[in-house]
Design a protein around this ligand. Structure first.
Ligand code: GTP
Ligand code: MG
Length: 172
């Protein structure tokens, strides 16, 4: 891994999947926001977690902003891809966005770790992380990068620690 104490994280995934809520939960308690609104464009956040200093580029997932993502591919050390595990209808759209990112030259050639959150695990209609990874065909699509998926509930923070621990270890 990288021998550095700073890491740029790119946080992507469809609108309403929970990206901003996840980033908010990773911050120290006194720095969290009370309400999370849909992101316009993107937001940059700096926080310390597990002795690493992170700069997170929390991108908007709305269709009209997704073209911004690729401008941040080059500069990122790790990707957090958030899935709404209850949104079965749009899983194909999420897969399409992932596949596009994976074949971008700034991603393709690099061994960037990708952490997936199968978020909104608290909803009754949500799919398990195993099911999400099957629908997204992660095993097949990501051959030359470390990746990991875990279920999460961004509202309570459940599952975030496990995922983030994996990411920090992989970045070290
Ligand atoms: P964009 O900025 O538009 O791309 O959306 P986003 O991915 O940042 O989603 P955001 O964090 O704004 O969350 C969207 C909605 O989902 C909010 O109302 C959150 O409170 C809710 N939400 C986020 N995570 C969870 C979760 O794990 N469970 C449930 N039930 N709701 C969640
Ligand atoms: Mg957001």
């Amino acid at each position: 891994g990288f021998k550095k104490k700073e890491a740029n994280l790119l946080v992507i995934g469809l609108d309403n999947s929970g990206k901003t809520t996840i980033i908010d939960q990773l911050k120290p308690e006194d720095k969290r926001s009370r309400d999370v609104a849909p992101t316009v464009g993107f937001t940059v956040d700096r926080f310390k977690n597990n002795s690493l200093q992170f700069t997170a580029f929390d991108m908007s997932g709305q269709g009209r902003y997704r073209n911004l993502w690729e401008h941040y591919f080059k500069n990122c050390d790790g990707i957090i891809f958030v899935l709404d595990s209850s949104d079965k209808l749009r899983m194909a759209v999420a897969k399409d966005e992932l596949d596009q990112a994976l074949k971008h030259e700034d991603i393709m050639k690099r061994r960037i770790p990708i952490l997936f959150f199968a978020n909104k695990m608290d909803l009754r209609e949500s799919m398990t992380s195993v099911r999400c990874s099957m629908v997204m065909e992660l095993e097949k699509s990501i051959r030359d990068k470390p990746w990991h998926i875990c279920s999460s509930n961004a509202k309570t923070g459940e599952g975030l620690h496990e995922g983030f621990e994996w990411l920090t270890d992989t970045l070290k």
